[in-house]
Ligand binder design. Structure first.
Ligand SMILES: Cc1cc2nc3c(=O)[nH]c(=O)nc-3n(C[C@H](O)[C@H](O)[C@H](O)COP(=O)(O)OP(=O)(O)OC[C@H]3O[C@@H](n4cnc5c(N)ncnc54)[C@H](O)[C@@H]3O)c2cc1C
Length: 401
C-alpha cells in the first residue's frame, strides 16, 4: 500500500500554496470589510476586476480544467489533483473559484447530446461560460424529489413554471440547469427532468437576493411560462435524478477539500498564537487545554484528509459510486471545521472574534457547509441506511466478508 502523494501533485500543492499566500490572501482584509458593510445588498466581496486578475494568473499557471478530460480541452489530471489544488486555495477566505465549476461539468458530461456538447459543454469546460444549478425551492431542499416546479409538454414545446430558492451565482451565470417535475406520479423514478435555460430566456427572472451568513449570496428565481424546445432538455426526459445525485457527490468532495484547507490554516494560526501569547507568565502553548485543542484538531484533520484523498483516488480508479464516501466526508469534514474554528476562536480570545482576523469569517462560513449540498442529518441517514440494508459496516477496501 503506497500512501505517498505523486511527486507532481506535491509540486502542484506547493505551487498553489505559494499562489494562495502571495496573490489571494492579500485580498482578505478587503473581503472582510466589504462583507461587513454590504448589509442586505448583494455587492460582490471580491470585485470583478480582482477576480479577473486571479483568473488570468491561474490560467497562466495551468490551474484551469485540472480534472476536465483532455478531449474537452482540460488537463485530465483527475479528482485527486483537483482536491489537492482546492485544499490549498481554500486556505484563504477569498471566494475565488477556478473555472469550470466541476460539479455542473460532471452533470453536463453525463447528459449532453451532440448539439449541447458544442453549445454548452465545450465552452463551459474551457471556462468561457458559467452556470448554476437551480434545484432548491421554497418548499423542497433536502427532499429533492418534492420539488414543485412543473414542466409540461404542449404543442411541441416545454412550458416551465415554478420558483427556485437559494440559487448561488444566479445573476452572474450564462445558463441555468433547472430541475423540474414532468411526471408527479413517477417522481424521482422517471418523472424528474433537467433543462438548460439560457440567461435572458423570456419568463426566467432573478427575483431577489437572499443574503445568508458568511460571504455567500443566494437568489430566488421565478419561472413564469418559460417556453423552450425539446433541445433544452438535459439528458433523458424523466431521468435527471441519478445524474443530479452524481453531481452532488463531486461537490461534496469539494466541500470536504474546502474544510481541510480552512482547518489547516486555523491549526497553523492556533500554533502560532499559542507560542506567542503569554498569560500569567507562561505561553499558551504550555496550557494543557490549548495543547488538547491543537491535538484534537490535528487528529481530525489527518483523518479527514485520508478519507478525502481516498475518495478522490476511488474516483480516479473509475469508481463512479462514491455516495457512501461523499456522505461520510460531508458530515465529518463540515463538523470538523465547525469544531476547529470554534477552538481557534477560543485560543485567540477577543482577537479571534474580531474582524481583524479571518477566524470569525471562517466560523460563520463553516455553519453554511453543514446545510448546503444536503444537511448532516440526511447524510447520516444515507450512511446508516446502507449499513442497515447490507447488515454489515462499510468496508474501506471493499472486501466482501
Ligand atoms: C448560501 C446557500 C447557497 C445555496 N446554493 C444553492 C444552489 O446553488 N442551488 C440549489 O439548488 N440550492 C442551493 N442552496 C440550497 C441548499 O442546498 C438547501 O438549503 C439544503 O439542501 C437544505 O434544504 P432546505 O433549506 O430546504 O432544508 P430542509 O429540507 O427544510 O431541512 C431543514 C432541516 O430539517 C432536517 N431534516 C430534513 N430532512 C431530514 C431527514 N430525512 N432526517 C432528519 N432530519 C431531516 C435537517 O436538520 C435540515 O437541516 C443553497 C443554500 C444556501 C444557504
Amino acid at each position: 500500500m503506497d500512501f505517498s502523494l505523486p511527486e507532481e501533485y506535491v509540486e502542484l500543492k506547493k505551487m498553489v500554496r505559494r499562489f494562495t499566500e502571495n496573490e489571494i490572501m492579500p485580498l482578505e482584509n478587503k473581503v472582510i470589510e466589504r462583507e461587513a458593510s454590504r448589509g442586505f445588498k448583494d455587492d460582490p466581496v471580491l470585485l470583478p476586476e480582482e477576480e479577473a486578475v486571479l483568473k488570468q494568473k491561474t490560467k497562466d499557471l495551468g490551474l484551469w480544467g485540472i480534472e476536465v478530460p483532455e478531449e474537452f480541452g482540460g488537463q485530465g489530471l483527475g479528482a485527486l489533483a483537483k482536491i489537492v489544488v482546492l485544499e490549498e486555495l481554500k486556505r484563504s477566505i477569498v471566494p475565488f473559484t477556478l473555472p469550470p465549476d466541476a460539479p455542473n461539468l460532471n452533470f453536463l458530461q453525463e447528459c449532453c447530446n451532440k448539439e449541447q456538447y458544442e453549445k454548452y459543454l465545450l465552452p463551459y469546460a474551457k471556462g468561457d461560460i458559467s452556470s448554476c444549478l437551480a434545484m432548491t425551492e421554497p418548499n423542497a431542499g433536502s427532499d429533492a424529489a418534492a420539488i414543485q416546479t412543473k414542466a409540461e409538454f404542449k404543442n411541441g414545446k416545454w412550458v416551465i413554471n415554478g420558483t427556485k430558492m437559494f440559487i448561488s451565482f444566479a445573476p452572474k451565470v450564462d445558463f441555468f440547469i433547472v430541475t423540474t417535475v414532468t411526471d408527479r406520479e413517477k417522481g424521482k423514478k422517471g418523472g424528474f427532468t433537467a433543462f438548460l435555460l439560457d440567461k435572458g430566456t423570456p419568463g426566467l427572472r432573478v427575483a431577489k437576493n437572499v443574503n445568508t451568513i458568511g460571504e455567500m449570496l443566494a437568489y430566488e428565481i421565478v419561472l413564469e411560462d418559460v417556453t423552450v424546445g425539446p433541445e433544452q432538455v438535459l439528458g433523458e426526459v424523466g431521468n435527471a435524478f441519478i445524474p443530479l445525485q452524481n453531481r452532488f457527490g463531486v461537490r461534496r468532495l469539494e466541500i470536504a477539500a474546502w474544510c481541510c484547507g480552512f482547518s489547516d490554516r486555523l491549526i497553523k494560526m492556533m500554533i502560532d498564537q499559542a507560542n506567542i501569547r503569554k498569560t500569567f507568565g507562561k505561553p499558551l502553548a504550555d496550557r494543557q487545554s490549548v495543547q488538547w485543542w491543537i491535538a484534537d484538531s490535528t487528529m481530525e484533520l489527518h483523518a479527514c484528509r485520508l478519507m478525502l484523498y481516498h475518495a478522490a483516488w476511488k474516483v480516479d480508479q473509475g469508481i463512479k459510486d462514491v455516495r457512501m464516501e461523499a456522505a461520510m466526508l460531508k458530515v465529518y469534514a463540515t463538523e470538523m471545521l465547525t469544531k476547529i474554528a470554534d477552538r481557534a476562536i477560543q485560543v485567540h480570545g477577543g482577537y479571534g472574534l474580531s474582524k481583524e482576523m479571518p477566524i470569525e469569517f471562517i466560523y460563520r462560513l463553516a455553519r453554511i457547509t453543514r446545510i448546503i449540498e444536503g444537511p448532516s442529518e440526511i447524510h447520516r441517514w444515507v450512511i446508516a441506511r446502507e449499513g442497515l440494508k447490507n447488515e454489515k459496516p462499510y468496508n474501506t477496501f471493499g472486501i466482501n466478508f
